[in-house]
Design a protein. Structure first.
Length: 302
């Protein structure tokens, strides 16, 4: 061990690390270092330890006083030929944080509050009013993992009972766990803003994005004011493409499906029950209706 002490003295002098005896005591005798040496005792000799003291100290120093450049990474000792070396692996917290950031990039909220990015499906309170909807959401996720071509859900019910909140939990789960692109769209605001696309000819790109994304969630459908064009050439085109490709589509609405069909009949300048029925055929193909009841929770915790 005397030779190791001599080497430590040299390392201390070159790196200005402090007292070499303290360095030996704290780094070489660190419990994790000792556990590593013990686990690899048949492969390690004194010469290897002597030649690796700089790396052993780096491991100890990073473990106890991490360089901010390496924040989110934990040091690990490993055998690198005849030297004990250090590698850095992402911590569990960094892995989770990276997954959350990636999920936020995959979940596109359009005209909806950013806080929906933070809804965790497992945190949603299961009540009698929500039991059926949540059971079907979990059933969908179980099937979706094996086959992404699944029927979605149409959650109908009064204002403020948590329909959007439950669908946000679904959206975040899909984006986080299945690496899929999800678009969550507030329909009334989207329809009202369609004219903003005329100037830059971006509407077709927007329609294509909604028609082709892995999972589409249309929030508050039935509360929009439709023209024949927005019903047939925008909403109808999107739903037809998703039906043709059996792409999961979810809806929330204050109207049940029967009332939604009546809503689709009336546009600004005409009444057309045939076009409404055709559009509802797509909705019914894409989603199973589930009625959600319960108190208005918008002024309470979810």
């Amino acid at each position: 061990m005397e030779a190791i002490g001599d080497l430590l003295k040299k390392i201390v002098k070159e790196r200005n690390l402090g007292n070499e005896k303290e360095l030996l005591k704290t780094a070489l005798h660190d419990p994790d270092v000792q556990a590593f040496l013990q686990a690899n005792r048949e492969k390690i000799d004194k010469a290897m330890i002597r030649n690796s003291m700089a790396n052993i100290y780096e491991y100890y120093a990073q473990k106890h006083s991490q360089n901010q450049v390496l924040a989110g990474y934990a040091p690990q000792l490993f055998l690198n030929g005849k030297v004990i070396d250090v590698l850095y692996k992402p911590t569990e917290a960094k892995i989770v944080a990276d997954q959350q950031r990636a999920a936020k990039r995959r979940l596109h909220l359009i005209d909806l509050p950013a806080k929906l990015h933070d809804v965790n499906l497992s945190d949603i309170e299961v009540t009698n009013d929500r039991q059926q909807a949540l059971t079907l959401i979990y059933d969908f996720l179980k099937k979706y993992k094996a086959d992404p071509h699944q029927q979605g859900l149409y959650l109908s019910g009064d204002f403020g009972i948590g329909k959007t909140y439950m669908l946000a939990g679904l959206a975040n789960y899909v984006a986080t766990n299945f690496d899929r692109n999800v678009v969550f769209l507030h329909v009334p605001t989207f329809i009202a803003g369609l004219s903003s696309h005329f100037g830059d000819n971006s509407l077709q790109d927007e329609i294509r994005n909604l028609a082709e994304c892995d999972v589409l969630i249309l929030d508050d459908i039935g509360a929009e004011t439709l023209s024949q064009w927005s019903r047939d050439d925008v909403l109808g085109v999107i739903l037809q493409a998703r039906m043709d490709n059996v792409l999961p589509t979810f809806f929330s609405s204050n109207l049940d499906m029967e009332a939604l069909e009546s809503h689709f009949e009336e546009t600004r300048n005409a009444t057309d029950p045939v076009k409404a029925k055709r559009l509802m055929q797509r909705v019914r193909f894409l989603a199973k209706e589930v009625v959600v009841s319960g108190p208005d929770r918008r002024n309470f915790s979810h």
